[in-house]
Design a protein around this ligand. Sequence first.
Ligand code: SF4
Ligand code: SF4
Ligand code: SF4
Length: 642
Amino acid sequence: MSKHLSPEIRVPIEPGNPSVERIEEKCIKCGNCRDICRDYISVLGYYDLAHTDDTAVCIHCGQCANVCPTGAIRETPETAYVKAAIKDPEKVVIVSTSPSVRISLGEEFGMPDGSFVEGKMVALLRRLGADYVLDTNFGADLTIVEEASELVERITRRDPARPLPQFTSCCPAWVKFAEMYYPELLPHISTAKSPIGMQGPTIKTYFAKKMGIDPKSIVNVALTPCTAKKYEIRREEMHAAGRYLGIEDIRDMDYVITTRELAAWAKEEAIDFPSLADSSYDPLMGEASGAGVIFGNTGGVMEAALRTAYAYITKTPAPEKLYELTPVRGMDGFREASVKIGDMDVNVAVLYGTANVRKFLDRQRTNPKDYAFVEVMTCPGGCIGGGGQPKGTQEKGNALLKERIDGLYARDASMAPAKRASHENSEILALYQSFYGKPLSELAEKMLHTAYFDRSALLGEDAGKFQHYQDLHPGQDNTAGAAGQNTASGAAGMNAPAGGAAGDLAASAGVPGRILAHVRPENLNTVRVWKCTVCGEVHIGSEPPAECPVCHQGKDVFIEITGEVTLFRDGDGKKLWECDVCHYLTEGEQAPAECHLCHQDSSHFHQVIAWKCTICQEIVIATAPPVECPVCHQGSSVFSAL
Ligand code: SF4
Ligand code: SF4
Ligand code: SF4
C-alpha cells in the first residue's frame, strides 16, 4: 500500500524534500496542488508511484505551495540555521539577494505592487545581523558573461559536442526536468551555473581572499524567490570552492531562504520594513548591470545574454533594440524573435512552464525550426512568479506578475546606458582581471560551469513513456502558432497556468474544471449530493465522506440533498458552486457573496454542472469541461454542457 494519499486527491510530496514540505493538519484536500503539478508543471501524472518504489517525483519548483490555500505546503524552512549562524561569533554571514526579491518583498508589508525595495531589503538584512550583503545580480552578470561566451562558441564553432540550440541553465527545476524526462537534451543545456551557483564559489574564494576572511568561517546565504534553489545548492557539483581550496565539506552556498521566509522573520522581529532607511550593497560583488536586474523576468535572461553576445560577436555595442527586445517580453508562455547579429539571423525562443516545454519539444520533433538559443523558466512569468514569492497571485493573478515584471524593466531602463550590459559591469571586469582571467578560462570552467546527469531512472522502468505530450494527450494540437514567425507570438495552449497561479485565467469561465464525478449517461440519476450540516461543504459521491475535509466532523453530520439541487445549467432547484481558489463546494440559488473558507468574493465561484463527452458519451460533473475525458482521453473541446 502506498504511503501517499492518492495522486487523484493531492500531489504526493516525499518526506525530506529539500524544497517543499506538507503540514498534514492544514491540508483540506482541495486538490489545488494536484492540478498545478499535473497541468502546469507536468510532473504529476508523468510518473507512476507503482514504478518509482512509491517515491514522489519532484522538480522542486514550489508552485504547489503558491496555490495551497491553507499554507499546508510551504518551503522547507531554513531561517533557523541562518539565525544560528548570525548568533555564532565564529561565523561570517554573507547574504546574496536575487533579482526578483526586491520587487515583491514590499507586498508582504502592504506596499504597492511592483514597489522596488532594494535599499530597504539590504537595510533589513543588515538589521537582522548579516555581516555582508551582496547582490546576486552580480552573479547574474557573471552567468551572462559565461553563458553568452558559450553561445558565441556554439554559434561560431559548430562543435557537435556542444550543439545548437543552447538552452538556458539558470532554472534548477527546468534542469532537473530535462535530466529526468529529456536526458538526450543535456548537451544542449548551457554548462554555465546559475547566478547563485556562481556567486557561492566566487565569495568563498575571490571575495574571501580580498576581504581577508577565512573561507571556512563563511556562511553563504542566498535570498531567493525560488524553492528549487534549496535543492540546487545541495547538488553534488556545488562544492567548487572546496575543491579549489582543498577544503573538504564546504558547500558553495550554505542556505537558501525565500522572500516569504525573510518577510516572516522580519515580522517576528517586529521590524517596520516600509520605514527602513535605504542601505547599499557591500562592494566587490555588489555592483550589477540592468541586464542582471531583468534576469528575474521571463525573457530577461535571453535579452541580457543577447546584449553581451552581440557585443562579443560584432565587437560593437548592441543596438538600442536589444535594450528593449519587445518580442521576448510579456506574459505569453511562448515567445520568439529573430535577431540580426552581424550577417547572421539568430532565432531565439522563450518559454515558461514545464508543460509548455513538452509542447515545444513535441513541435520541434514534428515541425523543427532552427533556434540558436532557448530560454526556459519553470515559474509563471519567470522567477518573479517563483515558488517562494508572496502569495498575492492567488488573488490578483497575472496583473500582479505584470507589476513585478514592469518594476524590473523600469529599473533596467532607468540605468545609465553604460550600466545596462553584463560585460560592462566594472566589478565583473575586475574579477576577471584579478581572478578568473577571461570567460571560459580553465579556472572559470572549473568554478563557474557544471555538468548534468541522466536522472531518468527516478521515473522508474517506464521513463520513456512520459516523454512526449502528444503521446499522452492524443488529439490535442499544440503545433499551431509559433513556428516560422520572427515576432512575439502566443502559441496555442502555451499560456500561463490555469487553476491558481494566474488568477485571472482561473476565474474565467472556460478554464478546464476539476472532475468531481463521472458516470455513464444512463447512471446520471445515481449521482448523489451530500451536505455537511456543520460547515455547509458539499460532497458528491455515492456515500458521504468519512470526514468533512473542511471542518473535520465525521460522516454522520452529512445529509443527502440530491433531489434539492440541479446539475443542469438552467435546471430547477438550487445550484452547486465551486470556489476556484480553494475548491470549497456549496449550494444555493446564487453564488455566495464570500467563500466560507478562503474569503474570496462571489466572482470566484462557478456553477458545477454536467458535461457530456461527445465522443464516448461519458458525463463529467465539473465547473467547466475537463482537460481531457477520463474515459476516452479526448481534449476539453469535445465536451458540451447538458
Ligand atoms: S490544502 Fe489543497 S493545495 Fe494544500 S496540500 Fe492540501 S490538497 Fe494540496
Ligand atoms: S514542488 Fe513543483 S514538482 Fe514538486 S510537487 Fe510541487 S508543483 Fe510538483
Ligand atoms: S523560474 Fe526561477 S523561481 Fe522558478 S524554479 Fe526556476 S529559478 Fe526558481
